[in-house]
Design a protein around this ligand. Structure first.
Ligand SMILES: NC(=O)c1ccc[n+]([C@@H]2O[C@H](COP(=O)([O-])OP(=O)(O)OC[C@H]3O[C@@H](n4cnc5c(N)ncnc54)[C@H](OP(=O)(O)O)[C@@H]3O)[C@@H](O)[C@H]2O)c1
Length: 270
């Protein structure tokens, strides 16, 4: 495996395993530069969202990079307050990105209107304006509700995932249903990067804590979306293909689970 490695979505579309997260990247120079560094470092998958407010910067970086569009995998998301007109929200995102399609369009959070909005996403997908459609922050319950009426099954579910929040049941369910899991906040949003247990594992592989967290997700069969605005860290987070975590250490990392949520908890979302 390497930075060109992909996972096949349930509609045959190939999604690069490592993507650059862009949440909290300030719009403008910072986001644009970070995306450019990532593309230089070999990333081909960028994860943004309307609510991040940086789609235009992502779009400018894509253009500046000169990389052919069909070699890139771009994700954006429908924000909670825009479910009154998902098609307009989608068109606005495309406009800001300066693209005529995205590779993956996600419902950002399981708001009550999600099943009606899904029909609009299905239409956009059929029109080939997004190569795949999916969801984010969906629990098994939300997925089951959606699957009851969906004509197109979600290709991906983007959720918080790291050893400190090992959502094994959700991962197993998604694998069984052919839904790719994308690990967001894979570095625990920085909360556990100085954890001693993690540092011990990292030292034994001569790798950084961040690299261990990313590699754990890769070996558990997920796509991973680390975010950084620093050039060295962007490269470091991609340098996870020259080692393998042993079965024993994978088990040890699994045991770090403490149900830690650094972002949203969708468990009780109706
Ligand atoms: N769908 C959703 O609802 C949702 C929710 C949350 C996140 N996401 C997606 O997932 C992506 C990643 O999640 P996240 O942004 O919450 O956090 P994250 O990737 O878990 O952690 C990012 C933090 O770690 C730092 N960092 C990055 N690489 C590092 C390294 N090698 N060593 C030390 N520190 C490092 C970053 O700082 P610097 O930037 O200063 O380097 C930043 O503070 C988001 O950007 C977004 O694309 C989606």
């Amino acid at each position: 495996m390497n930075m060109n490695s992909t996972m096949k979505l349930n509609n045959g579309v190939e999604m690069p395993i490592i993507g650059l997260g862009t949440w909290k990247m300030p719009d403008g120079k910072t986001a644009e530069q970070a995306v450019l560094w990532a593309l230089e470092a070999g990333y081909r998958h960028i994860d943004t969202a309307a609510i991040y407010g940086n789609e235009a910067s992502v779009g400018r970086a894509i253009k500046k990079s000169g990389i052919p569009r069909n070699e890139l995998f771009i994700t954006t998301k429908l924000w909670n307050e825009n479910h009154d007109d998902p098609e307009r929200a989608f068109n606005d995102s495309l406009g800001r990105l300066g693209l005529d399609y995205v590779d993956l369009y996600l419902i950002h959070f399981p708001v009550p209107e999600r099943n009606e909005s899904w029909r609009v996403l299905e239409k956009l997908h059929i029109q080939k304006r997004c190569r795949a459609i999916g969801v984010s922050n969906f629990t098994i319950r939300h997925l089951e509700q959606l699957l009851k009426t969906a004509k197109v099954a979600p290709a991906a579910n983007q959720v918080e995932f790291h050893p400190y929040l090992y959502q094994k049941e959700l991962l197993d369910y998604c694998k069984e249903k052919g839904i790719a899991v994308e690990a967001y906040s894979p570095l625990t949003h920085k909360v556990k990067l100085n954890d001693k247990k993690l540092a011990g594992v990292a030292a034994s592989y001569g790798k950084s804590p961040a690299q261990i967290l990313i590699r754990w997700c890769v070996q558990r069969g997920m796509a991973v979306l680390p975010k950084s605005v620093h050039k060295e860290r962007i490269s470091e987070n991609a340098d996870v293909f020259d080692f393998e975590i042993s079965e024993k250490d994978m088990g040890l990392l699994d045991g770090f689970n403490e149900g830690l949520r650094t972002c949203w908890d969708p468990t009780d979302a109706p």
